[in-house]
Design a protein around this ligand. Structure first.
Ligand code: PEP
Length: 250
């Protein structure tokens, strides 16, 4: 079964509106003939600006997080309703920085996943083990558990709106990339977990991105692997010079 490659850029807490606009305009122009599926996820403050630029292009608009509640007294949070109002189509959830720096646990992430799906968003659910867990031989167990928790009570119909991003924590922003073989092993394992839960057909359709120091010079080798269907890119997504070659990898 052929899955479409999906390349996403997570801009994290970078860029003013003017800087975000400049990057978005360049990407719209340079990726217009790109063959894969694309997404950019700017900071909340730049979503409206970037929405106007990517509208009608082949680049989807993503948010980097969302609140677990629909609305109400939640100082500092941003709701699904507000994101929908801005034209956001995809929400990234469970990013390792949310899990580890901001202590989001699996139950909270699952609540966010279900709320985002209920409101019609696509979701990129991030999973991944720490270095300590990998060295203890726990990588598969951790990734399986985060997948099971993240997708708890998610229907087969809604699974079609979910992408999983395998992002080993030790490879994010560190310059260390998982070898294509190590990444492929976890991707294949996750696909088996999905097959057990939702059946083989759903598992074959699921797009699983790799994230963790993806660069122009390692993108093609990673995505050459059977179960690696795209990339979630952090640092290299901040400049067209590095993101465009990843997005147009051959
Ligand atoms: C990320 O933030 O999801 C990520 C993979 O970052 P980087 O590409 O910088 O490692």
């Amino acid at each position: 079964m052929s899955r479409q490659y999906y390349i996403a850029g997570n801009w994290k807490m970078h860029k003013t509106r003017a800087e975000a606009a400049e990057l978005a305009k360049t990407l719209v122009s340079q990726l217009k003939d790109g063959k894969h599926k694309y997404l950019v996820a700017p900071s909340f403050t730049s979503l409206e600006t970037v929405a106007a630029i990517v509208k009608g292009s082949n680049i989807l608009l993503g948010a980097q997080n969302v609140a677990a509640e629909e609305q109400g007294a939640h100082t500092g949070e941003v709701s699904v309703l507000q994101l929908k109002d801005l034209g956001v189509q995809v929400v990234i959830l469970g990013h390792s920085e949310r899990r580890h720096t901001y202590k989001e646990d699996d139950a909270l992430i699952n609540k966010k996943v279900k709320l985002a799906l209920k409101h019609g968003f696509d979701v990129i659910l991030c999973i991944g083990e720490t270095l300590e867990e990998r060295e203890a031989g726990q990588a598969e167990v951790v990734c399986e558990s985060q997948t099971l928790w993240g997708l708890s009570s998610v229907s087969a119909t809604d699974l079609a709106k979910v992408t999983i991003a395998y992002e080993p924590v030790w490879a994010i922003g560190t310059g260390k990339t998982a070898s294509p073989e190590d990444a492929e092993a976890i991707h294949a394992y996750i696909r088996k977990v999905i097959a057990r839960l939702y059946g083989e057909d759903a598992a074959q359709k699921l797009v699983i991105q790799y994230g963790g120091s993806v660069k122009p010079d390692n993108a093609a080798q990673l995505m050459d692997k059977e179960n690696i269907d795209g990339a979630l890119v952090g640092g290299a997504a901040l400049k067209p010079d590095t993101f465009v070659p990843i997005a147009k990898f051959a």
